[in-house]
Write a protein that binds this ligand. Structure first.
Ligand code: EPU
Length: 346
């Protein structure tokens, strides 16, 4: 066995996806050193095709088996590259668990990631869908992303602007098979104004009896809210929010609010659009807490599809389609899945 990478045939992926559904890959390559990627991708098992890169498996649904080889980066270094006392540049290997990184930054006195505590998955996956929660998106703190560029056959470092971050979106989603994220550099301040305005955070801090919160208190508040609202994938299979909040023109958002009192509307990604709450629309269609056999919708959050035990990816996809159809029928709005769907087309 090569110590820099390990190849397994007919690999079982059930424990590698947080939905916990059955799936098999023709090959799984675990890479312990990203400098081996050129060599690994030249293996005959890849047949020149793009591999499916798996992070924590927390943002994908196996509706079928992947036809291509699966690649997982088993790399775990965190290093401070520069620190001028006000901002530190931290380089983190793609394989580092996201929440472990957040805890490390809290210990180091580095701010920025506190609102993103307890998000499942790996650091390498974070920039791909620009993970976000409680008023913060990771793209705000990304300094650069180091990748293996399959087109160039070389390591490429992309600065933040080149990553084109948007709501649950980035360059890496728009050019899906080109880049394999090998490490992320973050620019993390030692002082910043805390982001406390997202609904639920002030209430949680009050319940914690904290008057002048520190960034560690904010992380604690986020952990408490998430633990209450979002089912733990280690206990019940899920991939967090299954749907993105749709972004619609301001006029449509206002019209929907007139027709449906209580529909939450948030700032969009431009002055002329708004983000509307998919969870609210799904709940309004009666799906929250729904269960049919082992597939269902979490009772604590309408955006979260769950596997109660032995659901298949196909069954989960079929439920997701029924939910999207009912939201479309009632609100006239198309909702799109957030996780990557393997083996089927949405
Ligand atoms: N709501 C409902 N029913 C529900 C849940 C929520 O009506 O079952 C309404 C509430 O009125 C609430 C509003 O929806 O005010 C927003 O709810 P929440 O704060 O939970 O946020 P969200 O828009 O549903 C997004 C992210 C989550 C992230 C939270 C908190 C997306 C797709 N999801 O959810 O991210 O944790 O905000 O910031 O943007 C994920 O991406 O996997 C994820 C969990």
């Amino acid at each position: 066995m090569n110590p820099r990478w390990r190849l397994t045939a007919d690999a079982d992926l059930r424990s590698r996806n947080t939905f916990g559904v059955a799936a098999h890959a023709p090959w799984l390559v675990e890479v312990g050193d990203s400098s081996a990627l050129g060599e690994v991708l030249a293996l005959p098992e890849f047949r020149g095709t793009a591999p499916l890169v798996l992070g924590g498996g927390s943002n994908l649904l196996f509706a079928g088996d992947p036809e291509v080889a699966v690649l997982a980066l088993d790399t775990h270094r965190i290093e401070i590259l520069e620190d001028d006392g006000s901002i530190a540049i931290v380089r983190v290997d793609a394989g580092v668990q996201w929440h472990a990184l957040v805890l490390w930054t809290l210990q180091q006195g580095l701010m920025g990631l506190e609102n993103l505590a307890l998000i499942p998955g790996t650091t390498g996956a974070a920039p791909i869908q620009n993970i976000g929660a409680y008023g913060t998106e990771v793209g705000e703190f990304v300094h650069a992303v180091e990748t293996w560029d399959r087109s160039a056959g070389a390591v490429t470092r992309l600065d933040r602007a080149s990553c084109a971050f948007a709501y649950r979106d980035s360059l890496f989603k728009r050019v899906p098979d080109r880049y394999i994220v090998t490490a992320v550099e973050f620019a993390l301040p030692r002082q910043r104004a805390l982001k406390l305005d997202y609904a639920g955070i002030p209430e949680e801090l009050q319940a914690m009896e904290v008057d002048s919160p520190t960034f560690r208190d904010v992380a604690e508040a986020v952990i408490r809210i998430r633990s209450r609202k979002l089912p733990d994938p280690a206990v019940i299979g899920n991939a967090g929010s299954f749907f993105k909040n749709p972004i619609v023109p301001v006029a449509l958002a206002e019209e929907l609010q007139r027709q449906h009192a209580g529909l939450p509307v948030f700032r969009g990604d431009a002055a002329d659009n708004r983000k509307i709450s998919a969870a609210w629309m799904i709940e309004n269609c009666g799906w929250k807490g729904y269960r049919d056999g082992d597939v269902g919708v979490a009772a604590s959050h309408a955006l979260v599809l769950v596997n109660h035990g032995s659901a298949t990816g196909r069954q989960l996809l079929s439920l997701a389609r029924r939910i999207a159809e009912s939201v479309h029928a009632r609100f006239g709005v198309a909702i799109e899945p957030e996780p990557k769907i393997i083996g089927a087309i949405w």
